[in-house]
Design a protein around this ligand. Structure first.
Ligand SMILES: [Zn+2]
Length: 524
């Protein structure tokens, strides 16, 4: 017994074609793909013993999205999100696979014991298939191989203070050691690529040669003097990616920084530009520069830059990929492609994330880098927290938890912005959010494509349906996003996971969670 679904518009290997997909709900696999919309009485349907057949025309059928960068925060900070609400949010946006980040849950996924704690808390609570990244922290080199053998997709490390004490930062020297340890293994090292300039002179010739430095126009740091902008970028007090201990101790990071740098006295902590100045593009370039140096020494392991926000690093990424031929991949996020610093209101800390959302000009250049294949994937970096930690009433960007809630928003966001402003097609989105993210997580043999033998994961998308994002209607545990009120074109009307419907517009998510935990070894 099998099922079938068809449409005049099915995304198959880079084209939109008429097709009928035959699949098994039992095995969860695609059995056949016929490049035609079959009639109800087609003998082929009898041959395959198709009991349920639906023609979805003119809706678009695409592979379920694979979001490789999601913080579900369970266990330990379950009040921030959790497996049920996070994976239901994913399902509501056509996402059928998420990979959970190793930090912000307690304990972090940095050894086998902690991975098992994570798996125990995830079991039976996931609405979509869920895999796991491990963490690379200063004392866990011996844990890397056991974690690979246990099924983590790879490891993420921070090159700047992560701001959560259980997940300390690492140095380039340590990255070299880690690359040595995992050599020859099917895995991937990934980095939160921000690194302050403490050990780098901005006039370093080699560094600047491969960096596209933009002129820092006045409007960019409006309200700040150049000296203040420079001081913000140099204050170690402001550099933790997340100011968790400051929030918990009710301290104001900018006030602390001002003690050592009186010039910051008149800086407005509620102005987005003050926060932006504290995390300049050069932080990202500095980190990526160091990562490329490490990769040059150990060019056999796949290395990935998470959430690239600056266009300034694009020349060095091009050099590493195209001239040096290094196995480097780069992702960016929905928010860097759809939001602009110029439009972020004062005090609107729901827009805070690290690295920060930059200028509109920068955003356009990121889209250009996607078209040129320098950036190859787009993810949510879904990273929610409680309203108290966002501190909206105070509006102090330095004292707010950074992170944007957006898992499940990708398809309509990218479709709206991409088609209206950048001439992209639905097939491009499938490449960036399905094919390439599946490849990144070592699942290119089961996920991200509509093909025989692949998982029957589908997003049914109505490109004409318009709607407006409303916080209250999201599935997030904490219903606060940076996209509230945004008018979008295109909407997911149904999500199918391994042959089973897990979400339908108007009905909501399936009664029972059907996601499995992904612990199989990477294919490459
Ligand atoms: Zn993240």
């Amino acid at each position: 017994m099998s099922s079938a679904i068809s449409s005049t518009k099915v995304v198959i290997d880079g084209s939109v074609v008429p097709a009928t997909i035959i699949f098994s709900k039992t095995s969860g696999k695609i059995i056949d793909v016929i490049k035609d919309v079959l009639l109800e009485d087609d003998p082929l349907l009898v041959t395959y013993d198709v009991q349920f057949y639906r023609n979805m025309s003119p809706l678009v059928i695409l592979p379920g999205l694979v979001d490789s960068h999601v913080h579900l925060n369970e266990p330990g900070r379950t009040e921030w999100e959790g497996f049920p609400s996070g994976t239901q949010s994913a399902a509501s946006g056509g996402v059928t696979t998420v990979i959970d980040m190793p930090l912000n849950a307690i304990p972090p996924t940095t050894n086998i014991k902690n991975l098992n704690i994570k798996l125990d808390s995830a079991r039976g609570k996931c609405w979509v298939d869920t895999g796991f990244w491990g963490g690379l922290v200063p004392d866990n080199l011996d844990d890397l191989i056991p974690l690979i053998n246990a099924g983590v997709r790879g490891f993420k490390g921070f090159m700047m203070d992560s701001g959560v004490e259980e997940f300390p930062m690492i140095t380039p020297e340590y990255i070299n050691k880690a690359l040595e340890v995992v050599k020859g293994k099917n895995t991937m090292l990934m980095f939160h690529a921000e690194m302050d300039g403490a050990n780098k002179e901005d006039n370093d010739e080699e560094f600047n040669k491969c960096r596209h430095k933009h002129d820092e126009e006045e409007h960019y740091y409006s309200g700040l003097s150049e000296a203040q902008a420079e001081s913000l970028a140099k204050s170690p007090t402001l550099h933790a990616v997340e100011p968790l201990s400051a929030i918990e101790n009710d301290m104001k990071p900018l006030e602390l920084a001002t003690k050592n740098m009186p010039i910051l006295d008149t800086v407005d902590p509620t102005s987005y530009y003050s926060f932006l100045a504290s995390r300049p593009d050069s932080f990202e370039c500095n980190a990526i520069y160091n990562i490329i140096k490490c990769l040059q020494k150990h060019p056999t392991t796949k290395v990935h830059i998470v959430h690239l926000a600056t266009h300034e690093a694009l020349p060095m990424i091009r050099h590493a990929k195209e001239t040096l031929g290094l196995p480097l991949s780069v992702e960016t996020c929905f928010h860097y492609l759809s939001l602009k610093a110029e439009e972020i209101p004062s005090g609107a800390t729901q827009f805070k994330c690290c690295p920060p959302i930059r200028s509109d000009e920068n955003r356009r250049l990121l889209w250009g880098a996607l078209k040129e294949n320098l950036i190859t994937s787009i993810v949510s970096d879904h990273s929610p927290c409680t309203p108290e930690l966002k501190g909206l009433e105070r509006g102090d960007f330095f004292a707010a938890w950074g992170g944007i809630s957006s898992v499940g928003f990708g398809l309509p966001l990218l479709y709206t912005v991409g088609t209206e402003e950048f001439g992209i097609e639905i097939t491009d989105i499938v490449e960036w959010c399905c094919v390439n993210t599946a490849k990144q997580v070592g699942l290119s043999h089961t996920k991200g494509r509509i093909a025989v033998g692949y998982d029957a994961d589908f997003a049914i998308f109505d490109p004409l349906m318009e709607y407006t994002v409303a916080n209250a209607r999201t599935f997030f545990k904490n219903k606060l996003t940076a996209f509230d009120g945004k008018a979008l074109k295109g909407r997911v009307v149904e999500t199918i996971l391994r042959g089973n419907s897990i979400y339908a517009l108007g009905k909501g998510v399936s009664e029972v969670p059907m996601g499995k935990l992904i612990l199989e070894a990477r294919i490459d």
